[in-house]
Design a protein around this ligand. Sequence first.
Ligand SMILES: NC(=O)c1ccc[n+]([C@@H]2O[C@H](COP(=O)([O-])OP(=O)(O)OC[C@H]3O[C@@H](n4cnc5c(N)ncnc54)[C@H](O)[C@@H]3O)[C@@H](O)[C@H]2O)c1
Length: 262
Amino acid sequence: MGNGTQKVALVTGAARGIGLATTRRFLADGWRVALLDIDGETLNRTHAALSQPDATITICCDVADPTGVAEALIRVAQEFGRLDALVNNAGIAIFKPILEVTFEDWSRVLAVNLTGPFLCVQAAAPLMRDGGGGAIVNITSISGLRASTLRTAYGTSKAGLAHLTEQQAVELASLGIRVNAVAPGPVDTAMAKAVHTPEIRAAYHDSIPLNRYGLEQELAEMIFFLCSDRSSYITGQTIAVDGGFEATGIGLPALRKDRRSD
Ligand SMILES: NC(=O)c1ccc[n+]([C@@H]2O[C@H](COP(=O)([O-])OP(=O)(O)OC[C@H]3O[C@@H](n4cnc5c(N)ncnc54)[C@H](O)[C@@H]3O)[C@@H](O)[C@H]2O)c1
């Protein structure tokens, strides 16, 4: 175990994808990290493969379970004695036409993507406050910035999380806690592989000026920045890391076609 002055981050959904890249980014800067995930098997495999297992602990937990989340934060306090950053990254995606979304789909997506960050922040804020403050980053999505087809539950959960970010930023500032959101564009993780059909992939390219998917590491850089003291005057913001998706309206495919025929 590292020494008590090393900063500590809790990353949810840390077993793979953007959460794992974020964990690696913290470790590269000398932080200690609590990796939380619902998938214990992948979490243990990931932990075994990390280059600095001494600076990490694993917690198998469902972020939508209030008791599990409360116990997770007790564990962080016991093992590390402090918490400087929380990254609410755990999330699930169910893409369906609006009339086919079941009550169970809707409820589970809202529970994990919106209630999860609410519970984690409530449980984590006292530990952060006791250590003099900290930073929280909620991972939303470009699907919460602009409505797209198939994303009724997912997009609504992420739009709700963007507003929750503002509520948390306003109320937790007096405890020395900053709260921001990062809205990723498409990143080719296991989640994207499961829900991005060839049509969706083509549609993203048509709407993204940089004309490619983002990399997990590109997301991790922004998340890490917002958790570090270098962003000490930024709170209540959603930063899109999206290759220009949010800035784009119509016309990009036509422009590309014109350029090709120059
Ligand atoms: N990949 C993309 O294109 C993309 C785009 C926009 C936003 N995001 C968001 O980024 C975040 C990370 O996504 P990713 O692409 O790395 O996905 P991923 O599916 O590869 O990883 C998500 C991790 O969260 C864990 N998880 C799921 N439900 C959980 C729960 N209830 N409790 C604890 N852990 C749970 C999973 O086991 C998994 O390890 C998500 O919030 C996602 O909505 C992803």
